[in-house]
Design a protein around this ligand. Structure first.
Ligand code: PXG
Length: 292
């Protein structure tokens, strides 16, 4: 089965290399769909309910009527893990509005939604944080909520991809995307936290995705009596931070070692980041088993 994992395609399990969706699918044609990204740790799916709820909210916000229930969706995610015998994996469910046989934007000319759930084995993070992790502020701005609400996890990631490319062109690993006013919004695929005098600061989710890892960090910090401020942050705050880390289901908790060529916390993981990261590792063992 190696490298030809089974993918859930509209209720069927299909080997990865044969898993196909029509070129007339609106996800392909317009980015007309929504997605999620979940992690599996030791065969347990982390925050399955939260990801399921967010996927269904995203679908509802763009008026895609999910053809399966939340319970059926959760069971499908478990099935992908179980039938591939995944232990540590990343699962990426995607839902499109369906196939448009007729030309044009009109969403009425569409078949039932397509649901695909591919997964793949993955180590601790989709990044390689052991090499150090560098951020760069980029010119691509976060699309403001008045144009497109960032809480919708839409299939159209072009702005984020442009941001990531710009960061990589300057030798960094990940972008800092600013909002249209110049305040820090988030990374291209993760939320940003800074540490100052033993307290955590993170931008509000006005112009950022409501990250599930972000919420988990806020909860874990609360349990450890570490104060968290959800507030406006400028690049000055980031440049002068004691520690910086980014959070995401795929990324985990990744310590930032450099931001716009300024070395952060001596180029090493800081004490508070270590505490949060340790707590997150512990918490991530508490997912819902796919094997029971
Ligand atoms: N901000 C953005 C813009 C994201 O895309 C996060 C924050 C972190 O959210 P969670 O809920 O994961 O803590 C994300 C998540 C991919 C991929 O294929 C990217 C994400 C999720 C799933 C897959 O690169 N980004």
């Amino acid at each position: 089965m190696e490298d030809n994992w089974l993918v859930y395609v509209n209720g069927e399990m299909v080997p990865m290399k044969e898993a196909k969706i029509s070129v007339f699918d609106r996800g392909f044609q317009y980015g007309d769909g929504v997605f999620e990204g979940l992690r599996v740790y030791g065969g347990k799916i982390f925050k399955l309910r939260e990801h399921t709820d967010r996927l269904f909210r995203s679908a509802r916000a763009i008026n895609i009527q999910m053809p399966i229930t939340k319970d059926e969706f959760s069971a499908a995610v478990k099935r992908v893990v179980r039938e591939n015998q995944f232990q540590d994996a990343h699962i990426k469910p995607q839902v499109t509005r369906g196939i448009a046989w007729k030309l044009g934007l009109d969403p009425r000319n569409t078949t039932a939604p397509n649901i695909v759930i591919p997964g793949r084995p993955i180590g601790k993070s989709m990044f390689e944080p052991d090499k150090g992790f560098k951020l760069a502020a980029v010119s691509v701005r976060k699309i403001p909520a008045m144009c497109f609400d960032p809480r919708i996890k839409s299939l159209n990631y072009l702005a984020n991809i442009m941001a990531r490319m710009e960061a990589q062109a300057s030798g960094a690993d990940e972008a800092i995307m600013l909002d249209i006013y110049g305040d820090v919004a988030e990374g291209s695929a993760d939320n940003i936290f800074i540490v100052k005098s033993g307290e955590l600061y993170t931008p509000s989710v006005q112009d950022a995705l409501e990250g599930i890892t972000r919420s988990t960090v806020i909860e874990l910090a609360g349990r450890k009596n570490i104060r968290v401020h959800e507030t406006k942050l400028t690049l000055y705050d980031v440049y002068t931070a004691d520690e910086i880390f980014v959070t995401g289901s795929g990324a985990g908790i990744v310590a930032v070692t450099e931001v716009d060529k300024r070395v952060v916390s001596g180029g090493k993981i800081g004490a508070l980041t270590k505490t949060i990261s340790g707590a997150y590792d512990e918490e991530s063992q508490k997912g819902e088993s796919a094997y029971e």
